[in-house]
Ligand binder design. Structure first.
Ligand SMILES: Nc1nc2c(c(=O)[nH]1)N[C@H]1C(S)=C(S)[C@@H](COP(=O)(O)OP(=O)(O)OC[C@H]3O[C@@H](n4cnc5c(=O)[nH]c(N)nc54)[C@H](O)[C@@H]3O)O[C@H]1N2
Ligand SMILES: Nc1nc2c(c(=O)[nH]1)N[C@H]1C(S)=C(S)[C@@H](COP(=O)(O)OP(=O)(O)OC[C@H]3O[C@@H](n4cnc5c(=O)[nH]c(N)nc54)[C@H](O)[C@@H]3O)O[C@H]1N2
Ligand code: SF4
Ligand SMILES: [Mo]
Length: 742
């Protein structure tokens, strides 16, 4: 049927930020035409989770979109249409809004699962073709607080400033609000090896998850109190004289204010706020301070809070005070989530950003990128709204939306409200591989290609840029996202600058990123095909490369062209110096941080309450997250039989004490009410959760949709919504099976 090569195509998983290496072998007998085979790759060493193993199921034409759909006036329903008609209709919808209400009335929403080429193209399309400032993406819901904290402390945001392989070589890891045994199963091996090597693991999670079960010490704070917890640990570090004064003097600034913040959080106070006892706090400090090297890794638990940026800042302060950042086998890192969560936050689909992690408000950045794009710097709009604020403005001053790579009907906070906003649009166009709950609301749906059907690059959670290769010919009616941008640009009067060949887009991205913080200019498809990924920054060294590289404008007289603090390891640097190729930068900050003075910045932070604390009416805390067998809004994984069998629907995890209080038995439906709405799902009674907290996974639409309940309070810096804390009331619904979920 689709025959390309006999040997498996080496490529990467479509889902999470680990971007596990896998092989794809032709298998015409199978639904999607491909079989997943094991491939040796340093990140996962052949291992895959169930989602990766079954990823080819979503290629099947039984579950995916294979023709464009247009909502017809006659029936009000989505009906099959030609590509010409669908693209014409989108161009017409977007231009009508622009003509009637101005460019900022047209919105664009992207996703951290899009390849670098798509994210770059989408950002350029918004600024150059639509001229709108109103673009943002779902990465705001993901790691934006850690990104903001990274920028504040280190002057640069790369989720992990070191490769995963450093984890087993450190002495102690504090893993804060990550359930990686379920969210990145092959990465659990790094923690197992850490412990085999004599290192210790501390897990901070209100639930005793599969990950927490591996820990030497599990701290189970009340949701939303990680900031106080980190301050309490720092307090003890100071009180016990365990700070690294020489390091603080030589490599940091701002210690005095940060120290004062910590000293105000004495252990007994922290115990009252967090529910973590003073002896547990002392034990955590003992384990963390005993070895020379240690790490703190955060994920969505502490980050998805209306104080996520300060919370991550507090953990970074702990790392800095103990002298642990910018040293081998030590430091702070964020476990980024989506397949291209890292690259997707670097190349311009974010409201305030230009490619190469440049700032849209920086005149030099605007001039550089405008030149690459062949437009006047003044023509580029300014920064727009953040994701939730953009979705909340739909039907208000934003009248039309083009959406690629997200399913906010399921995944946005206060989702019933956002669903109403989407319905109130004059015009909605969605490009997706399946008919997601959000695509169901669209005026036009475009069926696009996915991972194995197209080539593109992603940047994994380590900052490793990877080539995800095409392994199969897509179905006849399907086109790429790059084709969509190309065709829409042409229809909106921009004939050039939106190539459909991903390598051509990447070549332009290299030039646009050159000299920026996330410099990809030394990375080529050829290199990516030969190496096991290249860590950014990777500048094209002028004068050393081939003609093409030398033409890249990483001007030698531009001080920003050489990123401070980004030192390539000297061994590999000298090895490749002779070839004139920059080796990439697996480890950041070893000599200096990327701040102006090269010092890491302590940030003074103090604890504050969640946006919504429990009260008499809503006495219980709700937190939300993931299960191993479903991915995100479930748009893809709910279409895979094996995964659905493993995780068939939503549930409410609650402690036996709480279950007894409301009179609900395991498996019975329970009603969860917040100030935003009501959800119903079966109770899962377990001692692994705090008695004052319930947990719901957010992968489902319908009655069991967790995001009907969540609070859209935003972090003031990152604009991250508070997915991890809100107040709810529980009610017994009745016998099992009454609640229905999509
Ligand atoms: N199976 C699966 N894997 C995935 C995904 C998926 O949807 N499914 N999504 C991918 C993406 S995009 C992401 S962002 C990552 C997310 O990966 P994780 O961050 O590991 O996932 P979550 O389940 O959202 O949250 C992790 C833990 O935070 C805990 N938590 C809740 N509230 C708090 C709190 O206030 N403080 C602390 N310290 N912890 C708290 C939860 O109990 C949960 O166990 O996973 C990626 N991998
Ligand atoms: N309550 C609660 N809500 C949360 C979270 C939480 O922890 N709790 N976590 C948040 C986080 S961290 C995240 S990352 C978001 C994720 O939530 P979403 O943004 O909804 O992410 P996905 O479900 O991955 O949606 C991606 C959509 O794009 C489609 N798609 C996949 N590949 C492509 C492609 O190449 N092109 C196009 N055009 N479409 C494609 C998929 O089929 C799917 O419909 O959810 C957030 N929402
Ligand atoms: S851990 Fe992530 S990248 Fe690896 S197979 Fe699973 S979903 Fe894919
Ligand atoms: Mo995420």
């Amino acid at each position: 049927m689709h025959s390309t090569t006999a040997s498996p195509t080496p490529t990467h998983c479509p889902y999470c930020a680990l971007q596990c290496g896998m092989g794809l072998a032709q298998d015409p007998g199978r639904d999607g035409g491909l079989a997943v085979v094991e491939r040796e790759f340093p990140v996962n060493r052949g291992a895959l989770c169930g989602k990766g193993r079954t990823a080819t199921e979503v290629l099947s034409s039984r579950v995916r979109l294979t023709e464009p759909l247009i909502r017809t006036h006659a029936t009000g329903r989505l009906e099959p249409a030609t590509w010409e008609a669908a693209l014409d209709r989108i161009a017409e919808g977007l231009s009508r809004t622009r003509a009637e209400h101005g460019p900022d009335a047209v919105g664009v929403f992207g996703g951290g699962g899009l390849t670098n080429e798509k994210a770059y193209g989408l950002g350029k399309f918004a600024r150059v073709v639509l001229g709108t400032s109103q673009i943002d993406y779902n990465g705001r819901f993901c790691m934006s607080s850690a990104a903001a904290a990274h920028q504040r402390a280190f002057g640069l945001d790369r989720g992990l400033p070191f490769p995963l392989e450093d984890i087993p070589r450190t002495g102690c890891v504090i893993l804060v609000g990550s359930n990686l045994a379920e969210t990145m199963p092959p990465a659990l091996r790094y923690l197992t090896e850490l412990r085999e090597n004599g290192g210790t693991l501390i897990v901070v999670d209100p639930r005793r998850t599969r990950t927490a079960a591996q820990a030497d010490l599990h701290l189970a704070p009340r949701p939303g109190t990680d900031l106080a917890l980190a301050l309490g640990l720092l307090h003890l570090v100071v009180a016990q004289g365990r700070t690294d004064e020489a390091y603080i003097r030589e490599r940091t600034s701002g210690w005095e204010e940060a120290r004062a913040g910590a000293m105000a959080h004495w252990p007994e106070l922290v115990e009252r706020i967090t529910g973590v006892s003073v002896p547990e706090l002392r034990e955590a400090v003992r384990l963390f301070c005993a070895p020379d090297d240690a790490m703190v890794l955060t994920a969505r638990g502490p980050e998805q809070q209306a104080k996520g940026t300060d919370t991550v800042g507090a953990w970074i302060n702990l790392v800095l005070a103990t002298g642990r950042a910018g040293r081998p086998h030590s430091g702070y890192g964020c476990l980024t989530g989506q397949g291209n969560g890292q690259g997707g936050r670097e190349h311009g689909q974010k409201a305030d950003q230009l490619p190469g992690y440049r700032k849209l408000s920086d005149p030099a950045a605007r001039a550089h990128v405008a030149e690459v794009w062949g437009v006047a710097p003044e023509s580029l709009p300014g920064p727009g709204r953040s994701a939730y604020e953009l979705l909340d403005a739909l039907g208000g001053d934003v009248k039309s939306l083009l959406l690629m790579g997200s399913n906010p009907v399921v995944s946005a906070p206060r989702a019933a409200h956002i669903e109403r906003r989407l319905r109130s649009l004059d015009f909605l166009a969605v490009a997706d591989v399946v008919l997601s709950e959000t695509a169901e609301l669209a005026d036009v749906v475009l069926p696009v290609t996915q991972w194995a059907e197209e080539t593109g690059t992603t940047t994994n959670l380590e900052g490793r840029v990877l080539l995800r290769r095409q392994a199969i010919t897509p179905p006849a009616g399907v086109r790429t996202d790059l084709f969509v941008l190309h065709e829409l640009a042409a229809r909106l009067g921009v004939e050039k600058g939106f190539p459909t060949d991903p390598e051509e887009v990447f070549e332009e991205l290299r030039r646009a990123s050159a000299g920026g913080p996330a410099d990809y200019s030394g990375i080529t498809y050829r290199r990516l095909a030969e190496e096991e990924g290249v860590f950014w920054p990777c500048p094209a060294e002028p004068g050393h490369g081939d003609g093409e590289d030398a033409a890249l404008d990483a001007a030698p007289d531009d001080p920003s062209a050489e990123l401070p603090g980004a030192e390539a390891e000297s061994a590999s640097a000298s090895a490749s110096a002779s070839t004139g190729v920059h080796p990439g930068t697996p480890r950041l900050f070893l000599d200096r941080f990327a701040t102006e003075d090269g010092r890491a910045r302590f940030v003074p932070v103090t604890h504050r309450a969640a946006a919504e604390e429990p009260d008499a009416e809503f006495p219980v805390l709700l937190t939300t997250g993931r299960v191993v067998a479903q991915y995100q809004s479930g748009a893809q994984t709910r279409r895979v039989a094996e995964l659905n069998a493993a995780a068939p629907g939503p549930f409410v995890e609650l402690h036996p004490q709480l279950a007894a209080r409301i009179g609900v038995a395991d498996g019975e439906d329970v009603t969860v009410v917040s100030r935003r709405g009501t959800a119903v799902a079966p109770a899962k009674v377990t001692r692994s959760i705090r008695p004052d907290t319930v947990f719901m996974p957010f992968h489902w639409a319908g009655e069991g949709r967790a995001n009907t309940l969540t609070h859209p309070a935003l972090d003031p810096v990152s604009r991250m919504p508070e997915f991890k804390v809100c107040a709810v009331r529980l009610e017994r619904t009745g016998p099992p099976g009454l609640a229905k979920s999509a």
